[in-house]
Write a protein of this length. Structure first.
Length: 492
C-alpha cells in the first residue's frame, strides 16, 4: 500500500446532496417522473412556475414545470433549487374549477391554489402537518447558469451511446450513457456510482454536471465510462425514496452485468468509481463479485453512518463559526433524533416523534417558544418521513463490513478540506478495513486544498460548491486515469 499527500492550489470553493436544516444535517433527495391525471382547461396552467416558501428560519424556492401529453393528461416536475438539483416525483396533477392541485405523495406534500390570472396562482403548500402560503408566478425565463468551462458540449471525440439495462431482482429498467474512446480497443471500463441523493446520470451538484465532466475527461484519456440515472430519477424506473444504499448497490450490479455481457469484446477489464456514498455502493458490489479489476473511492465514507453524520455536522458548524457549546447541543439533539429513527420502523409515527423530540430539546436549550414552532416547521419541510427509510438504514451501515471483503486493487482519494467526509478519520478506517481483509494492494491520496468535489477550495464549505468555476481539478482526474491504466489486465 502507498499513502501520499499532494499539494493543491487553494483558490475558490463543497455534497452528497446535503441539506443543513437548523441543527440537523440531512442527506437524501428525490427523483423524477410524474404520474398524470385528466385535465380540464389544462393549457391555462402549462409552463414553468416559481414560488418561495417562507418557513421562518428558511426560505426555499420551488419550481414546477407543468406539461400536457398527447392523451390530454397533465404532468409536472418539481425542484427545490435551494436544497439541491434533484427533480422530485409528483403522483398526480389536476386542474378543475380554476384550481390547480399537485400531490407529491412520496413526500407527503401537496399544493392547492386558485389561478388568479394567466401569471399568478395563489394557494397553500402542505407538508405533513405544516401548511404555508405559496404564490406561484409564471416564470418562463431559464435560471441563470453559472460559468462551467469544463462542461463540454458535442461533438465529442469519442462514441456516445444511450443504453438501458434491467435490474432483474427488482424488476426495473435503468437508463444511462456509455462513452467509448475512439480506436479499436479494447479499453479499460468503469461504471460511475453517484453519492447520496436522487441523481441523474450526470450527478448535478449546484450547477456542476459532475459525472458528465468526469466521464468526458476519463473517456478522453482512453477509458470507457458508463453512468446512469438512479432508480426513480431521470428516465430510470423504480422508487428512489424507498431505496436503501444496498438497494442502490444492486442497480450498480445490474450496470456492471450489462457492460460485461454486451460490451465484452470492447473492454479488457472493468472497475467501479464511486463518489461519496457511491464509494460504499461500490464496496458492496465489489464485496460479492469476482469479475472486477479494481475500485476507485472518491471521498468515500469509512466510518459507520451515524459517526460520519456527527463528524460532518461538527466540521461544518465549526467552519461557519458555531460555538463549541452549540456544537455540543447539536450533537445531543441529533443523537436523540437518530435514536428515534433507529427504534421506530413506521415512518409516519417516527416523523411525529422526531418533531416532538426536537421541540422538547429546543425548550430544554432555552430557545424562545415563538421560535420553536418555526424551527419545527423548517425541519418537517426538509426532513420528513419520505427520507427515513434511506436514513435509518444509512445510520446503521458500517463500510468496514464490505471493504474487508474487497480483494482487488483499490485507490482511495480524499480532499484535505472535505467537510462532509473527513479525510483523516475516513481514510484510516478504510485502510484498517482493507488491512484486516488482508488486501495489500491499495493506495491512498489526500489532495491538499481540495473539497468534497475535489475542487480547489478556500473553506471546504458546501456553499462554496456552486461558487467555484471548475467542476473537478484535472490533476485529480489525471492521477485516477493513470492509476486505472496501470492496473494489470483482468478478464471477467
Amino acid at each position: 500500500m502507498k499513502r501520499e499527500a499532494i499539494r493543491g492550489i487553494a483558490t475558490c470553493r463543497i455534497i452528497m446532496v446535503l441539506f443543513l436544516v437548523t441543527v440537523l444535517t440531512v442527506l437524501q433527495g428525490g427523483g423524477q417522473l410524474l404520474s398524470a391525471s385528466p385535465a380540464k382547461g389544462p393549457d391555462r396552467v402549462t409552463g414553468r412556475w416559481m414560488g418561495v416558501l417562507d418557513a421562518g428560519t428558511a426560505r426555499l424556492r420551488l419550481i414546477f414545470v407543468i406539461t400536457l401529453n398527447n392523451e390530454g393528461l397533465l404532468r409536472a416536475t418539481m425542484q427545490s433549487p435551494d436544497q439541491g438539483p434533484a427533480i422530485f416525483p409528483i403522483s398526480d396533477v389536476t386542474f378543475a374549477d380554476n384550481t390547480l392541485a399537485i400531490n407529491a405523495e412520496s413526500f407527503n406534500a401537496r399544493f392547492k391554489g386558485k389561478l388568479e390570472d394567466d401569471s399568478t396562482i395563489e394557494g397553500n403548500w402542505t407538508q405533513g402537518e405544516v401548511t404555508l402560503p405559496l404564490r406561484l408566478v409564471r416564470s418562463e425565463e431559464a435560471e441563470h447558469r453559472p460559468e462551467r468551462p469544463q462542461d463540454t458540449q458535442p461533438p465529442f471525440p469519442y462514441q456516445v451511446r444511450e443504453v438501458n439495462f434491467k435490474n432483474d431482482n427488482d424488476g426495473i429498467t435503468l437508463y444511462g450513457t456509455l462513452t467509448i474512446p475512439e480506436g479499436s480497443g479494447p479499453f479499460p471500463a468503469v461504471v460511475l456510482a453517484s453519492g447520496s441523493g436522487a441523481h441523474t446520470r450526470d450527478q448535478v451538484v449546484m450547477g456542476h454536471r459532475y459525472f458528465a465532466v468526469l466521464a468526458d475527461q476519463l473517456t478522453r484519456r482512453g477509458i470507457a465510462v458508463l453512468r446512469y440515472d438512479e432508480r426513480g430519477v431521470g428516465e430510470s424506473e423504480g422508487n428512489h425514496s424507498s431505496a436503501t444504499t444496498v438497494d442502490l448497490a444492486s442497480d450498480l450490479d445490474a450496470a456492471l452485468d450489462f457492460l460485461i455481457s454486451v460490451y465484452e469484446t470492447s473492454i479488457y477489464q472493468i472497475g467501479i468509481l464511486g463518489h461519496s456514498e457511491g464509494s460504499l455502493k461500490g464496496a458492496i458490489a465489489a464485496s460479492r463479485r469476482d469479475d472486477l479489476a479494481w475500485i476507485v473511492s472518491l471521498a468515500g465514507p469509512g466510518v459507520p453512518g451515524e459517526e460520519l453524520l456527527h463528524r460532518q455536522t461538527e466540521d461544518i458548524n465549526r467552519a461557519i463559526g458555531v460555538s463549541e457549546e452549540d456544537i455540543e447541543l447539536t450533537r445531543s439533539i441529533n443523537e436523540r433524533i437518530y435514536r428515534v429513527l433507529r427504534l421506530r420502523r413506521n415512518n409516519r409515527r417516527a416523523e411525529d416523534r422526531v418533531m416532538s423530540v426536537y421541540a422538547r430539546e429546543l425548550r430544554r436549550a432555552g430557545i424562545p417558544e415563538n421560535n420553536i414552532e418555526e424551527r419545527v416547521q423548517s425541519l418537517r419541510l426538509s426532513f420528513n418521513a419520505s427520507h427515513y427509510t434511506w436514513f435509518r438504514h444509512f445510520l446503521r451501515l458500517d463500510p468496514a463490513r464490505f471493504w474487508t471483503r474487497v480483494d482487488i486493487p483499490v485507490l482511495l482519494v480524499f480532499g484535505e478540506k472535505d467537510l462532509q467526509v473527513n479525510a483523516e478519520i475516513n481514510s484510516k478506517a478504510l485502510e484498517d478495513a482493507l488491512e484486516l481483509g488482508r488486501n495489500p494492494n491499495f493506495r491512498t491520496i489526500v489532495y491538499r486544498g481540495k473539497n468534497h468535489l475535489f475542487q480547489n477550495a478556500e473553506t471546504g464549505l458546501p456553499g462554496e460548491y456552486g461558487l467555484i468555476v471548475e467542476t473537478i481539478d484535472t490533476n485529480v482526474v489525471n492521477d485516477i486515469a493513470e492509476w486505472i491504466k496501470a492496473q494489470p489486465p483482468a478478464r471477467f
